[in-house]
Design a protein around this ligand. Structure first.
Ligand code: AMP
Ligand code: ZN
Ligand code: FE
Ligand code: FE
Length: 288
C-alpha cells in the first residue's frame, strides 16, 4: 500500500529536511543535490524558524529538474509541551519572514542564556564559537551541543542533551511561546498547509481532533521516530478527519541511518493530495 498506481513508475518524495539555514549539516543546494542523486521527485526544505535556505534550494532545483516544496518547521507549545508544526507549500515567504525574524531573535537570546547557564554549571563554551557554528542559520541546541563537544565537556551530542540541553535538564530554556493556533495562522497567512509534525504515540484521536479544529491541514504519517503502529494510526486519522498525509526523513545531513534523506519512502501521490488542498485553500481565500 504505497499509493502508486499499477504500471506507473514509483515517484518518491521527502517532505521534511533541514539545511544550514537551521541545524542541518549541508547547504540548501547540497540537500537538493543529494535528493536528486537519490532519484526523489521532490524535496521539502523545512528549516526550524527559517525560510532563508529556500531561494538557494529553488535555484539548485531548477538546474537539476527536481521540485523543491517551500517549507518551514515551527515549534508551538501546548502548556509546557513542545510540538512541531510543518508549514508546507508556502506561497508568500515575505509574509512569514517578519514573524520568523522575531522567532530567530528569541533563539539568539535563548542561546545567550544557555551559554551563561553552562558557565555556572562548569561547562563553559564561548558564545562566539556557538554563533560561528550556527553560521547564518537559526541558532538551536544542536549548535550548542557541538560547542560543548569541541570544548571537551561531553563526548557526543546525546550526552550534551542528556546532561545539559534536553527538556528539564539544567541548561534547558524554552523558545518563543507560540500557541498551536498562532503557528497555524502564521502558516495559513503565507498560503501554506499546516502539518502536525512527528506526533508519534502522542498523536491520539483527541489531539489530532484538536489540531484539525484549530485549522490544521494534515498529519506527518511517515517519520523515522514513528513505530509501524504510529504510522498506521495516523494514516487512519488522516482519512477519518479528511486531512492530508505527509512524511519525510527529518534529515539533518546524515547520509546513513534512520534519518537519511529519502529513507521514509513517501509516495508522490501524498504530495499531489497536499497540492490539491493548497489550491482549494487558495481558491477559498480569494472568494472570502
Ligand atoms: P531547538 O530547535 O534549539 O529546540 O533544538 C531542537 C533540535 O535539537 C531538534 O530538531 C533535534 O535536531 C535536536 N534534538 C532535540 N532533542 C535531542 C536529543 N535528545 N538528542 C539529540 N538531538 C536532539
Ligand atoms: Zn533540528
Ligand atoms: Fe521536529
Ligand atoms: Fe525537523
Amino acid at each position: 500500500m504505497n499509493g502508486v498506481a499499477p504500471g506507473k513508475p514509483a515517484q518518491w518524495v521527502d517532505l521534511h529536511a533541514h539545511s544550514t539555514a537551521s541545524d542541518g549539516a549541508l547547504s540548501p543546494a547540497a540537500m537538493v543535490g543529494a535528493a536528486h542523486r537519490l532519484g526523489l521527485a521532490a524535496l521539502a526544505l523545512t528549516d526550524h524558524d527559517s525560510v532563508g535556505g529556500l531561494p538557494e534550494a529553488q535555484s539548485a532545483a531548477r538546474a537539476l529538474g527536481i521540485r523543491v516544496v517551500s517549507g518551514v518547521e515551527l515549534s508551538a507549545y501546548e502548556g509546557a509541551r513542545e510540538i512541531h508544526i510543518l508549514g508546507l507549500h508556502l506561497a508568500s515567504l515575505a509574509e512569514i519572514e517578519q514573524h520568523l525574524t522575531t522567532l530567530r531573535h528569541v533563539r539568539r537570546t535563548r542561546a545567550e542564556r544557555i551559554v551563561e547557564r553552562l558557565a555556572t554549571l562548569k561547562a563553559p563554551v564561548a558564545l562566539d564559537r556557538v554563533l560561528a557554528i550556527a553560521g547564518p542559520g537559526a541558532i538551536g541546541r544542536p549548535h550548542i551541543a557541538q560547542a560543548l563537544m569541541e570544548a571537551g565537556h561531553v563526548k557526543d551530542r546525546r550526552e550534551a542533551f542528556d546532561r545539559f540541553l534536553g527538556a528539564g535538564r539544567p541548561a534547558f530554556f524554552a523558545k518563543h511561546r507560540l500557541t498551536i493556533a498562532q503557528a497555524i495562522e502564521m502558516i495559513h497567512q503565507a498560503g501554506g498547509l499546516a502539518i502536525l509534525a512527528h506526533p508519534g504515540s502522542r498523536g491520539t484521536r483527541e489531539r489530532v481532533q484538536q489540531f484539525v479544529s484549530a485549522g490544521g491541514d494534515g498529519l506527518e504519517v511517515r517519520h523515522p521516530g514513528h513505530t509501524t503502529e504510529d504510522a498506521a494510526r495516523l494514516a487512519a486519522l488522516v482519512e477519518h478527519f479528511r486531512v492530508v498525509p505527509s512524511g519525510g526523513s527529518d534529515c539533518h545531513g546524515a547520509s546513513e541511518g534512520p534519518r537519511a534523506l529519502g529513507s521514509m519512502h513517501v509516495p508522490g501521490e501524498w504530495l499531489d493530495r497536499q497540492e490539491a488542498r493548497a489550491r482549494e485553500r487558495a481558491a477559498r481565500g480569494m472568494v472570502a
